[in-house]
Design a protein around this ligand. Structure first.
Ligand SMILES: O=C(O)CCC(=O)C(=O)O
Ligand SMILES: [Fe+2]
Length: 305
């Protein structure tokens, strides 16, 4: 009697051919036809307050139609333009504050000359900072009172982009967000919030934050992390307000930066990164946010790092 289908040995032979053909030819071809950018979730830029989900709500602003990590009004693409670094200092000093989540204190991340330059070029660009509550964006001075300025990608900004990438070990799939200067005059503040939104599985989230003090001619205006434990060692009182009773408060010190990772290896945001800008009592504080987005490659889009 004739057999009704292919014999087992034939099936095995087909499989032996098919598996390598799939792995080495079909799969790479499919990947190259559907590069990461094509199905990226994108986020509309410029007009929103960023993903600083107000009061800890996970923001809904990252919808598949709006998050766009290839949009150069939002992200600073690595376009190969060489950066000349005017006024770059010799180096910075790093102090470990917390391992998990990773929080590093960086002395002189930005030189005085760089800070002064950025303050100067931001002067005619300020407009009131806004918050986004998942539904609409608005100015709400009770939650956030500051002005913000989107910085052009001049040599200094490009140098900082490269410094931020190098600091993070040139990690792949990292996208530096366009930089904003934030200016706080007397009473200026930003209530507790997260910089992450829990949107990794939807295409990207803010993996890390550099909070750089460009100008610190002020009283008050510290950056408060109520859920971080104060490190031992009196040396920290150079950088921290050692009178703080709840968590830790960084004192604004020109040129210095706090660096922290917002997301754990599971892709979820760390609750310990809850933070605020305390009100400036007098004078002016100017901050610089350098946010790095992480977008997992397509094959790893399961919301993990
Ligand atoms: O200015 C500060 O101290 C913190 C600012 C901040 O958290 C932000 O802009 O997201
Ligand atoms: Fe923040």
């Amino acid at each position: 009697m004739a057999s009704s289908g292919p014999r087992l040995s034939t099936l095995i032979t087909w499989l032996l051919y098919f598996v390598p053909v799939y792995i080495f030819i079909v799969d790479p071809l499919v990947r190259s036809w559907a590069p990461e950018g094509t199905t990226r979730i994108s986020w509309l830029t410029g007009t929103t307050a960023g993903p600083n989900a107000d009061d800890g709500d996970v923001s809904e602003e990252f919808t598949p139609s709006t998050l766009h990590l290839t949009d150069d009004s939002f992200i600073s693409p690595e376009d190969g333009v060489p950066a000349h670094c005017p006024g770059e200092a010799d180096g910075y000093r790093v102090h470990l504050l917390s391992r998990v989540p990773l929080v590093l204190y960086v002395e002189k991340f930005v030189s005085d000359q760089e800070a002064d330059h950025l303050i100067k070029v931001s002067l005619d660009k300020y407009s009131p900072s806004i918050i986004y509550d998942g539904v609409s964006e608005r100015v709400d001075p009770s939650k956030r009172l500051s002005d913000r300025a989107l910085l052009d990608r001049d040599d200094t900004v490009r140098c900082l982009e490269e410094r931020a990438r190098a600091f993070q070990g040139w990690r792949p799939h990292l996208y530096i967000e366009r930089m904003w200067a934030q200016r706080y005059n007397a009473s200026g503040h930003y209530r507790h919030h997260y910089d992450w939104t829990g949107s990794l599985a939807r295409g990207g989230d803010r993996l890390s934050t550099f909070m750089v003090y460009l100008g610190a001619d002020c009283e008050g205006g510290g950056t408060h992390f109520p859920r971080l434990a104060r490190p031992e060692g009196q040396q920290w009182c150079r950088f921290l307000d050692c009178e703080e009773e709840v968590g830790i408060t960084f004192r604004p010190l020109k040129g210095n930066a706090i660096f922290w990772e917002n997301l754990g290896p599971d892709g979820l945001g760390y609750p310990e990164t809850w933070h605020a800008a305390y009100p400036v009592k007098s004078g002016t504080k100017v901050g610089l946010n350098i946010w790095s987005w992480y977008q997992p490659p397509l094959r790893k889009r399961r919301g993990r790092l």
